[in-house]
Design a protein. Sequence first.
Length: 202
Amino acid sequence: MPVKVLIAAIVILLVSESVFAAVNVNNIAIEGLYSVSKEEALYLLEIERGKPLEPAALRRGIKRAYMKGIFKRIDVESDDEGNIKIKITEKYILRDLIVKGNKRLSGKFIKRQLGWGEGMPIEQDFLDSSVSFLKDVLREKGFPDARVSADIKKTRKPYKVDVVIDINEGGPLLISSFNIIGPSEARKTMRLETGDVFDQMV
């Protein structure tokens, strides 16, 4: 039985006009779908049992599905008898953010800087940029040698993950001396003392 395959990528959406024409959809099987119902997925993809699988509609549906922000890859396969197989890979979804290793800065502060929320999509490039961002924050807080890593921990629920932020602040940059030009009251107002961590975010 010949099988016609469409690999739908977010950038490459190449569908031959003759691939799916003249064959009505008979049976539909979906693999890897968890975050939305089968009905919603088929609605997004514009696939309906008993109707032809139109290339233009499928291209439009794939684009619309990706706009939800939860799908990483969508593959659609069809044979000459109208049997459709849809393979879906979803993005990881954040369940919990765990901060460990921090001693001088609170986990609450770290989480506030990231601004993450439960249910947001998580991808590796996003984690990499977040690690770089946290290193910059720690540098401004007076910890220029801080080390930061982010690891994804899978949970029992498909695509639901915890992200563990591991922080080693390293030695702080301390103020050895400083001079204040102005009224003597300015020193008290600044609340700055020799030996304090050089916190540029204060």
